[in-house]
Unconditional design. Structure first.
Length: 305
């Protein structure tokens, strides 16, 4: 990663190297952070942040679930992200807002731990490799399950959830796969360590519902909307593991992963072992929109001016 110039902290822009916290901050021992990841795309009308409002809303929702007080409004945080990208002079980048419990009281109960908010950005290329978007990735089912209901809330994008994601991703990596797919605590398909998942069979698209321990992905929502626009049949439904092995197409969605085809699962080829027609259609629609080639009919792009 190449550092950029400025990071936003509690309302002020500070130098990249000054964005520090004390080692005894609550977040370090107890994982008490919530965060976001957004992409800013280069369009012909200049840089534009994709679904800024929805990401910022999810950030505040995550903080609310964890009772983390936030003194900034949705609008203020949106504006700060636009200013951040502008100030750092990037055409396209990844934006990472982080809200954490800081330095003060010790012990699990967060008393006297001030909320610290940081907004950073940097240039970030293709998440699952340069070839992934066209060729697809080889993945496995993880031996780790996704976080169960009543353990850690899956609707919150909390730092602590990513201990589970790390186990999934590391296991996949060490066994030679690009990514792992986790089942939920009932053994149904949940999601990748950092992506939602879609399964296509006979032209019908399936994706697990929010009750299957998935993050309410904003790319997921975008793809659901685009699929319906294209007249494709799509259902949110509980999906058994073996559906993956007999699918015609499988793909991941995520801010970092965008729309990435899956070409094999547990060394079983998905369909013909290459990107399928439904995945390609949705990828095209997605990139046309984020890159400003197609009309932004839902107002998903916030220009950085
Ligand atoms: N599930 C998980 C567990 C997840 O982390 C992400 C995003 C998604 C689904 C997709 O959500 P959305 O980005 O709103 O479409 N993962 C982020 C983290 C990547 C990272 O390594 O850090 C991302 O894609 O930005």
């Amino acid at each position: 990663m190449t550092p950029t110039e400025k990071i936003w902290h509690n309302g002020k822009f500070i130098d990249w190297n000054e964005a520090r916290i004390h080692v005894l901050s609550h977040v370090v021992s107890y994982g008490s952070s919530v965060f976001e990841g957004l992409r800013c795309y280069e369009t012909k009308n200049g840089p534009a942040i994709f679904r800024l409002r929805e990401h910022t809303r999810r950030l505040l929702d995550s903080a609310k679930i964890y009772r983390i007080p936030v003194e900034f409004t949705l609008e203020q945080l949106m504006e700060a992200q636009v200013q951040l990208v502008k100030l750092n002079g990037l055409k396209s980048c990844y934006v990472r807002p982080i809200i954490l419990r800081g330095y003060g009281g010790v012990g699990v109960l967060p008393v006297n731990n001030p909320t610290e908010i940081f907004l950073a950005c940097w240039e970030w290329g293709k998440y699952l490799g340069d070839e992934a978007l066209a060729a697809g990735v080889d993945v496995c089912i993880s031996s780790w399950n996704r976080i169960a209901p009543n353990t850690l809330p899956a609707l919150a994008k909390a730092g602590a959830n990513y201990m589970n994601s790390q186990l999934i991703r590391m296991e996949a990596h060490h066994n030679g796969y690009a990514e792992g797919i986790a089942l939920d605590s009932e053994g149904r398909i949940s999601e990748g360590s950092g992506e939602n998942i879609f399964v296509v069979r006979d032209g019908k698209i399936h994706t697990p519902p929010l009750g299957s321990s998935v993050l309410p992905g904003i790319t997921r929502d975008s793809v659901v909307t685009l699929a319906r626009d294209l007249g494709l049949e799509l259902v949110e439904t509980v999906i058994p593991r073996e559906m993956l092995y007999v699918a015609d197409e499988v793909f991941f969605t995520g801010t970092a992963a965008e729309v990435t085809p899956v070409r094999s699962i547990d060394r079983i080829e998905v369909g013909t072992g290459r990107r399928g027609p439904v995945t390609e259609k949705l990828q095209k629609a997605f990139f046309a929109l984020v890159e400003g080639e197609a009309a932004d009919k839902y107002g998903w792009l916030t220009p950085v001016k």
